[in-house]
Every structure is written in structure tokens, then in C-alpha cells.
Design a protein around this ligand. Structure first.
Ligand code: BGC
Length: 439
């Protein structure tokens, strides 16, 4: 077969994404540290990738040398505001140094202001359950953006507020470990308020800012398409998990089952749509699952599963997510996409098949402007600790040594050529040829 190449538009951003608590190490003043200490996680984050100790430099070098033109990182609120009435200017200076590091490497910075963690003093006030949280968050955002604006103008206010709400307040797996739909709704409503205030604060401080959220889209399909109940459960789950936040920041209405809360100041507070996509579930109606709107989730029986079974390789669900994102009428940035795969057997095909979907979207003229792979280097995977490895580079947690995975070589070719070719697929994941470049 002749060489085939799918090419991306000029200026398309190629990068990876990370989050402060997952890579910095020694974050001891936030809700996740307390959660780890209380024994709720497989491992403790400890030093993680030691970015706070300076190893961000070598990892940014890796990213830059392999052709990545952007990086998405997050700042740790508990470092910048260790107590309610105290700012740590040294911490802000450290983040300025990191962002300067990206600029020196010709990389565009995207900064997330809240990625699952918050300072213990906020936890003591009740976290996002407290009606003070939105204002406190906006203060923190104003201070942080004022300090960092010289080096960044792409901001994600909150990462995956739907996952935060679901994992912390419905499934009880993230801190604070509650299982209460009513409280979940309160928390999510306050997050919408916090986002709206933060959106305005950022624009006041920086005119050229582009502000969005990183929404996790989960493709939820009825297990039996002929079953009305399965269809109902899939739709009910999707309307909350996928749609609550993007709708709220579009029209100012927070819809949760039969409740609607109007937050008019949240309308139109999104300059781009950040899309995080990992996988697709099938949903079957189950009376025992009342806490999850009667939907039981499972992967398709024939799914191509990752090492620990955590992720199914479902690129069609990604295309569906891109189409969904396009409906909100804003530029789209894929703020996360990736797979846990310590052996790196599945990642190359996962990567190739998902990049192909981005290209399909671009060809429909949907305004997809960039792709951030999760993640640059193995990092602390929340309650699952080190049992799952999402990095293009493998990390030896004991020695802090990094080893380049085959997927990183592959991604390097994609970033450097701004394309995906049949030669690359043949070289890194020949098993995916038939799906991407059929004869
Ligand atoms: C989160 C990341 C996490 C990734 C893989 C996303 O939901 O934003 O922090 O590491 O999933 O589980």
C-alpha cells in the first residue's frame, strides 16, 4: 500500500497534561494528603515525580525535545495560599519559574487552577459544600493569575468537576468520601458559581485570557439498545455526568434531575471547551443502583481492555465526545486523553486510533485546536496510587529514573510531523492498520 498520511492544521497544539498533586511531591497541606494518610489509597503520593524538587526541568526537556509544543499543568492552591489569610509568594515564584521554563522551550502553557485538590483550611470550612468556597476560589484565582499572566493566557478553572462531584460525593472514593446525591448537587452548584466568579476575575486581570473548564465526557450507551429502561438509565446518567457543567456555563442553568438552579452569572463563561476523554461504558438498568440513577456500568464484552481493566479502547466514543463538544459552539481543546498501560502494549494503538478521531473531527471543520495526552511521565494516580501507569515515560518511583516508552517515540513522530502516517502505524501498532488505513 502506498504511504498514507493524515495531516493536522498548522499551529495545532500537541502536548501532554499533568496535575500538581500527581507530579510535584511533598504536597502535605491538602485534602488528598489527609486522605492518603487516613489509608484510603493504594499508596501515598510522597515524592511522586519530584517536580517541586526541580525535576520538572528534565521532564520539560523531554517534552520539548520530542516535539511537544504545549504543556498543561496545574497549580496547587494549598502551596499558594497555605492558610486562609496567607499567600506564599515563593510558591508563586516557583510556578513563574516553571512557566518561564516552558516559554524558554518554546512551549505554550495551559494552567489549571483546580485539579481535585484544595487546602486543608478550606476542607475544614466544608470544602465546596461551603457557600464561601466560590468566593474564596475566585480570590485565589485572581491572585494566581495576576502573578502568572506574563507566561500564560490559557486557563482551565476547574478540572472535571463532574468527576470530583461523583467520586467524592456519590461513589465516596475521593475525599471527603460521602455518598449523598443532595450534597453532590450542592457541591456542583457551588463549583459552577466558583467557575463563573473565576472566569470574570481572570478576564479582569488579563484581557487576552482564554478561559474554559476541562470536562470529562464519558460515552454512555445502553447495553441493550432495544430496552427502554437501559436507554432511560444511560440518558439520565449522561444528562448529569456529561451535560450538567457545560450546560450551566452556557446558559446559566444547573439541571439536576427535577431541580434547576438559575445562576445567570454563569451563562457564557466559557471561551473554549476543554474535553477529557478516556472510555465508553454500556449502561444497564438495575434497581439496586438507585444511588447512580439505576444505571449499572460495564465495558462491552468484546472490548479491548487496558492492563488492569480500567479503560476500554473505544475511539468511537471519542468521536462522539468531539461531536458533543462541538455543539457548544466554542473552540475545542482535548485537555486529556490516554490509557494506563505499564507494559505499553496497548498505548500505541490507543494513541493512533484516538488521534485518528481528532483528525476526523478537524475534517468536519469542528474547531479542535490541540491535543494533550495524559500523561508525560507516570504519576500518582489518586486512589489507585502507583498501580496504574499513564506516562509516555515510565517512572521508577524509588530511583526517580525515567525510561522512554515506545509510545513516546511514536508520539514524537506525530508531534514533529504534525501528522499520523501509515508508516508510523505500521511501525508502532501494526495491529491497528486495518482500522486506520485499511487496504
Ligand atoms: C484526571 C487525571 C487522572 C486521569 C486518569 C482524569 O480523570 O483528570 O487526574 O490521572 O483521569 O485516571
Amino acid at each position: 500500500m502506498a504511504k498514507a498520511t493524515i495531516q493536522f492544521p498548522r499551529g495545532f497544539l500537541w502536548g501532554t497534561a499533568t496535575a500538581a498533586h500527581q507530579v510535584e511531591g511533598n504536597n502535605t497541606n491538602n485534602n488528598w494528603y489527609a486522605w492518603e494518610e487516613a489509608g484510603h489509597t493504594e499508596h501515598k503520593s510522597a515524592l511522586t515525580c519530584d517536580w517541586w524538587g526541580g525535576r520538572w526541568k528534565e521532564d520539560f526537556d523531554r517534552a520539548a525535545e520530542t516535539g511537544q509544543s504545549a504543556h498543561r499543568l496545574s497549580v496547587e492552591w494549598s502551596r499558594i495560599q497555605p492558610e486562609r489569610d496567607r499567600w506564599d509568594e515563593n510558591a508563586l515564584e516557583r510556578y513563574r519559574e516553571m512557566l518561564r521554563g516552558l516559554r524558554e522551550r518554546n512551549m505554550t502553557a495551559m494552567v489549571t487552577l483546580h485539579h481535585f485538590t484544595e487546602p486543608l483550611w478550606l476542607t475544614e470550612l466544608g470544602g465546596w459544600e461551603s457557600d464561601e468556597a466560590p468566593l474564596l476560589f475566585a480570590d485565589f484565582v485572581r491572585k494566581t493569575v495576576s502573578a502568572l499572566k506574563e507566561y500564560a493566557n490559557l486557563w482551565v478553572t476547574i478540572n472535571e468537576p463532574n468527576v470530583y462531584g461523583f467520586m467524592g460525593y456519590v461513589a465516596g472514593i475521593f475525599p471527603p468520601g460521602k455518598k449523598d446525591l443532595r450534597v453532590a448537587f450542592k457541591v456542583m452548584t457551588n463549583m459552577v458559581r466558583g467557575h463563573a466568579l473565576a472566569y470574570r476575575a481572570i478576564h479582569e486581570v488579563q484581557h487576552e485570557a482564554r478561559v474554559g473548564m476541562a470536562h470529562q465526557y464519558r460515552s454512555l450507551v445502553p447495553k441493550n439498545r432495544k430496552s427502554m429502561l437501559d436507554r432511560w438509565a444511560a440518558k439520565a446518567q449522561s444528562s448529569i455526568f456529561n451535560n450538567l457543567f457545560p450546560r450551566a456555563v452556557t446558559d446559566g442553568k444547573v439541571k439536576f434531575l427535577w431541580n434547576t438552579v438559575n445562576i445567570p452569572e454563569a451563562a457564557g463563561t466559557q471561551d473554549f471547551m476543554g474535553l477529557n476523554y478516556y472510555s465508553r461504558d454500556t449502561v444497564s438498568f438495575d434497581l439496586k443502583m438507585s444511588g447512580q440513577l439505576f444505571g449499572r456500568l460495564s465495558y462491552d464484552e468484546n472490548a479491548d481492555l487496558s492492563g488492569t481493566g480500567f479503560i476500554a479502547n473505544e475511539p468511537d466514543g471519542f468521536f462522539e465526545g468531539l461531536r458533543w463538544a462541538n455543539r457548544f459552539g466554542k473552540d475545542i481543546i482535548v485537555t486529556e486523553n490516554g490509557v494506563e498501560d505499564a507494559s505499553d502494549e496497548m498505548r500505541p494503538r490507543y494513541l493512533a486510533q484516538h488521534i485518528q478521531q481528532v483528525w476526523r473531527a478537524v475534517n468536519f471543520n469542528w474547531p479542535v485546536k490541540g491535543y494533550f495526552h495524559w500523561s508525560l511521565v507516570d504519576n500518582f494516580e489518586w486512589e489507585r496510587g502507583w498501580t496504574q501507569r499513564f506516562g509516555l515515560w515510565e517512572l521508577d518511583v524509588e530511583t526517580q529514573k525515567r525510561r522512554k516508552r515506545k509510545s513516546a517515540d511514536f508520539y514524537e513522530e506525530v508531534c514533529k510531523t504534525n501528522s499520523l502516517s501509515s508508516e508510523m502505524v505500521k511501525k508502532y501498532c501494526p495491529e491497528a492498520m486495518g482500522k486506520i488505513f485499511p487496504d
